[in-house]
Write a protein that binds this ligand. Structure first.
Ligand code: ZN
Length: 142
């Protein structure tokens, strides 16, 4: 069992951890994920609550997912057109990119949640009460 550190990690460290699908707060590799798609209530490493008791917390990760995947598709379209111009195979491109539009969100889904948590923790650092609640939850787990 490891307890929540009282001083938060640097902003850069939290962002890097989140991009590696780790808890931005403690770096635990499982964070609050039970599986790739299923999430538990709290990080198993530090006890930070996944939604941090805010309504609509998922909207942040959904926004990140939308932006990231639209950018990935736009980059793929740009590369494909640059490589194949002037004879752009539109139908093939459409089929490949439509498939990518289905696969990219699946691959990036957990990281959009950890990245949003990192941004949320940077903008709203854990307070004393939240840290105490997380530590109490961790103590109950042992
Ligand atoms: Zn954690």
């Amino acid at each position: 069992m490891s307890f929540q550190q009282h001083t938060p990690p640097s902003n850069g460290k939290m962002i890097v951890r989140s991009l590696l699908r780790r808890c931005p707060n403690c770096g635990n590799h499982q964070a609050w994920f039970v599986s790739w798609f299923k999430q538990g209530e709290r990080c198993v490493g530090c006890g930070v609550k996944r939604t941090r008791d805010t309504d609509g917390h998922e909207l942040g990760s959904m926004t990140i997912a939308s932006v990231v995947n639209i950018v990935l598709i736009m980059i793929a379209i740009g590369i494909a057109i640059a490589i194949t111009a002037p004879d752009v195979p539109v139908l093939t491109l459409y089929i490949v990119l439509a498939s990518a539009a289905l696969v990219f969100p699946v691959l990036t889904w957990p990281m959009t949640h950890t990245l949003w948590m990192a941004i949320d923790l940077i903008l709203r650092p854990m307070g004393i009460d939240e840290v105490a609640e997380a530590q109490a939850w961790l103590a109950d787990q042992s």
